[in-house]
Design a protein around this ligand. Structure first.
Ligand code: SF4
Length: 213
C-alpha cells in the first residue's frame, strides 16, 4: 500500500499565493533537502509519521473543504507525492503544491497549481535551483521569489527577464520576514513597473505564525 511521511494535516486560511484568503486544507509532508536561512518550518525536516493514502484521505474528509495545499518541507522529496496528488484530483479536490525549485516538477498532474519557490542568493540555496524547471510551468502556475535584500530583488528581476517568466506564469514577490522592508520592496516594484504581485503572509497576520494555523 502507498504511504507518505506526514508532518501535519490542518485546516486554515491560505496565507500566500493567488489563492490567499481561501479556506484550505494543508497537507505538510516531512523532509527537505534544502536549508534556507529564513526557513520557518524546520520542524518538518524530520518530524512526522507514516500514513497510508487511505488514512490521509480519511483525515482530509473531516473538513468540509475542496481546496488542498500540499506543502512541506519539500513535498516532492518523497517519491509517492505525485501519486497521492493524482488520487486527490480524481476525488475532485482543487490542489496546489508549494515546492522549491530544487526538485523537478515534471510529471505533476496538469490540474495541479504549482507555486514554484525559486531560491534567491540570500536564501543560501540558489545553487540548488533547477535551471529548466520553469519549462514545466503552465499559465495558471506561479513563481515565487522570497526577497531578503535589494540584491535579491535585482537578481529576481533579472531572472524573470532572462527566462521570460511573465509570458509563462504569474509572478509573486514576498519580503522575507524581518529581513526585507515591505515598503522598500513595494517602492522598487513600482519604480521598475514590474509585472509581479507583492505578497504578504496572511496567516502570520491572523495567527502570528502559530503552528498548525
Ligand atoms: S525549501 Fe522550504 S522547507 Fe525547505 S528549507 Fe527552504 S523554506 Fe524550509
Amino acid at each position: 500500500m502507498s504511504n507518505l511521511i506526514i508532518n501535519e494535516i490542518f485546516y486554515s486560511i491560505q496565507g500566500e499565493s493567488l489563492s490567499a484568503g481561501l479556506p484550505t486544507i494543508f497537507i505538510r509532508l516531512t523532509g527537505c533537502p534544502l536549508r534556507c536561512q529564513y526557513c520557518d518550518t524546520s520542524y518538518a525536516f524530520t518530524e512526522g509519521r507514516k500514513m497510508s493514502f487511505q488514512e490521509i484521505i480519511d483525515d482530509i474528509k473531516k473538513y468540509n473543504c475542496k481546496n488542498i495545499t500540499i506543502t512541506g518541507g519539500e513535498p516532492l522529496s518523497q517519491k509517492n507525492t505525485k501519486q497521492l496528488i493524482d488520487q486527490l484530483v480524481d476525488l475532485n479536490y482543487e490542489i496546489s503544491i508549494e515546492t522549491s525549485n530544487a526538485i523537478s516538477i515534471e510529471g505533476l498532474h496538469e490540474l495541479v497549481t504549482v507555486v514554484l519557490d525559486v531560491k534567491t542568493p540570500d536564501s543560501g540555496e540558489s545553487d540548488n535551483n533547477i535551471i529548466n524547471n520553469y519549462k514545466f510551468l503552465k499559465k495558471t502556475d506561479q513563481v515565487k521569489f522570497v526577497i531578503c535584500s535589494i540584491d535579491d530583488y535585482e537578481w529576481s528581476k533579472n531572472y524573470i527577464i532572462k527566462h521570460d517568466l511573465n509570458n509563462i506564469c504569474k509572478i509573486l514577490m514576498s519580503p522575507s520576514d524581518g529581513q526585507m522592508d515591505i515598503r522598500i520592496l513595494a517602492e522598487n516594484m513600482l519604480s521598475d513597473n514590474i509585472e509581479a504581485r507583492l505578497q504578504t503572509q496572511l496567516h502570520k497576520i491572523i495567527w502570528n505564525n502559530e503552528r498548525g494555523r
